[in-house]
Write a protein that binds this ligand. Structure first.
Ligand code: ASP
Length: 589
């Protein structure tokens, strides 16, 4: 037998028991006549003690063991004289009677501690060692429980989990596809799904009524900390539903998950129109853990001789509460430089400090007297001691820049509190987005999203300009500034779907070739339907206040899309290439 107990199980009540434990050697310490070893497994750490006087050979053997060796010990549970209150097993230790070395270990390339000295790539290369560390291990356990809670809840609501294929057809759904060559159909390729979108819609036509799947999706995009080329969605679809019912169903799921996993009761989620989110926060995923809403100053700041503002389409700012005295000229200079970095690209930054004596200090004090600045402060609801930060320029760009500044101030002022969760629904997204560069419309969500009922006529009969103002039954769930989920009511009418493909620049033939199966299905009684998908990895991270999703993925890829452990992607040999009728390597030579 390898063990009677795991390394997290024994307590003072077990004193005197003969036990067998197996695990990894976390650390060992020699003190004169005693050798102590911390033995670790998934469940915890138990202290072993080897008494040299009693058993010389055993202690000697123990002293030679390196970190991460795998051992089995037999011994007796004893009360510790020197208790460790930080460990559930801290009241006891095992007085070892016999020791087996099950496997020795090389010295690990980084420490197996909560705070490790290993860099990202090294940790990913030796992921099996990294997963031995508590933060990664706990993240994976959290993920597993979250998946189980999701399944439980959705299944209770009559959702059926259906697996959809992984080898599908390449379709333009926003990002680039990963493709897989077909050996049996030379010159033809499968694509890995960016989402099971069309399949779940077809399942609604098929009468499944409520579908979900915790499913891998693949997008060949440039990577960031919160993006991976393969990621997991909680993908859902419902038939005979309105947007209202979908929002309620998935608000309930979210509340259930927070309650079950974190013991948190979330209040009802506020809703905000997309246009309003942009106007008030410059972002379609505002972080509502703090206020600092945008205030527009066009009416109060134009026409006073300050050319920059006079020529600006939009003058807009935020009020940083209580920051007037905290910010020296040098601090403001640094903040301005931060805003001027190419990533943000602001031209400048105007400040107005509301002094405690009722006067004002401002970088544009030459152009605006205190009387005028007072009207600004009033519009911001600013109190003495506050500082206004103002940007100007082309409206859309300026709002984006101010969003960055708002978030930076939120961080600096410590307003993004850990353990504080502020979900909201952003609704009424535009249906289409005009892309100046390619001179065509893109679907803001995806090509299957329905316009709002009130906009259907305008969509079928309107001119080019009208198309820009169409609103969709599309919604995002945002928590603490992260987009956690997104979905829409779908078009279920063949003609409207064709019109949408038209607007998106598909010829009839292209639409037929790529989506003929869906258009075909729509001719056999497609029910009204809609759905949503949650980013499962991101949900895990956000629920734990983390910005990176990597620790919630057992074997993540690095920023180059590389799996450092198995070293993928990698070349394949000529025999495989020949079988696939791919001549890549031959051409190169
Ligand atoms: N398929 C969509 C996505 O992956 C979600 C949805 O519309 O249900 O973003």
């Amino acid at each position: 037998m390898y063990r009677t107990h795991n390394c997290g199980a024994l307590r003072i009540e077990d004193e005197g028991k003969e036990v067998t434990l197996s695990g990894w050697l976390q650390a060992s310490r020699d003190f004169g006549g005693m050798t102590f070893i911390d033995l670790r497994d998934r469940y915890g750490i138990t202290q072993l003690v080897f008494n040299t006087d009693d058993n010389d050979k055993l202690a000697e053997k123990a002293q030679k063991l390196g970190r991460e060796s795998v051992i089995r010990v037999q011994g007796v549970v004893k009360e510790r004289s020197n208790k460790n209150p930080n460990r559930p097993t801290g009241d006891i230790e095992i007085e070892v009677k016999s020791l087996d070395i099950l496997n020795e270990s090389k010295t690990p390339p980084f420490t197996i501690e909560d705070e490790t000295d290993g860099g990202d790539d090294l940790r990913m290369k030796y992921r099996y060692l990294d997963i031995r560390r508590n933060p990664v291990k706990e993240s994976l356990i959290f993920r597993s429980k979250l998946a189980i809670e999701t399944r439980k809840h959705l299944s209770d609501q009559n959702f059926v989990e259906v697996e959809t294929p992984v080898l599908i057809k390449s379709t333009p759904e926003g990002a680039r596809d990963f493709v897989v060559p077909s050996r049996m159909n030379p010159g033809q390729f499968y694509a890995l799904p960016q989402s099971p979108q069309t399949f779940k819609q077809i399942l609604m036509v098929a009468g499944m009524d409520r579908y979900f799947q915790i499913v891998k999706c693949f997008r060949d995009e440039d990577l960031r900390a919160d993006r991976q080329p393969e990621f997991t969605q909680i993908d859902c679809e419902m038939a005979f539903v309105t947007q209202e019912e979908i929002l309620n169903t998935f608000e309930d799921l979210t509340k259930h998950l927070f309650k079950a996993m974190k013991g948190i009761d979330l209040p009802d989620f506020p809703r905000m129109e997309y246009d309003e989110a942009l106007r008030l926060y410059g972002s379609d995923k505002p972080d509502l853990r703090f206020g600092m809403q945008f205030v527009e100053l066009n009416d109060l700041a134009k026409g006073k001789g300050f050319g920059v503002f006079d020529s600006a389409e939009l003058i807009v700012g935020i009020c940083a509460e209580g920051q007037a005295e905290a910010y020296s000229n040098k601090d403001i200079k640094h903040l301005t430089e931060w805003m001027q970095r190419p990533q943000i690209g602001a031209k400048g930054l105007v400040y107005v400090k509301v002094n405690t004596d009722g006067t004002f200090k401002s970088s544009v004090g030459k152009f605006y007297d205190d009387e005028t600045l007072k009207t600004w402060a009033e519009k911001f609801d600013a109190k003495p001691g506050d500082m206004l930060l103002i940007l100007s320029g082309e409206a859309e760009k300026t709002r984006k820049q101010l969003n960055e500044l708002r978030l930076e101030m939120g961080r600096k002022m410590g307003l993004m509190k850990e353990g504080d969760f502020k979900p909201l629904w952003v609704v009424d997204f535009p249906l289409l987005e005009w892309d100046e560069e390619s001179e065509r419309f893109h679907a803001m969500h995806h090509p299957f999203t329905s316009p709002k009922k009130a906009d259907v006529d305008r969509m079928l009969n309107g001119d080019h300009e009208t198309m820009k103002s169409l609103k969709a039954d599309a919604y995002d769930l945002v928590i603490n500034g992260s987009e956690i989920g997104g979905g829409s009511i779908r078009i279920h009418d063949r003609d409207l779907q064709s019109r949408n493909f038209d607007l998106l620049g598909f010829t009839k033939e292209e639409a037929q070739a790529q989506f003929g199966f869906l258009l075909g299905a729509f001719e056999y009684g497609a029910p009204p339907h809609g759905g949503i998908a949650f980013g499962f990895d991101r949900l895990c991270a956000v629920m734990n206040g983390q910005s990176s999703i990597r620790d919630y993925i057992a074997f993540p890829k690095n920023n180059q899309g590389r799996d450092m452990m198995i070293d993928a992607p990698s070349p394949i040999d000529q025999v495989q290439l020949d079988e696939l009728k791919l001549d890549l390597q031959k051409e190169k030579v």
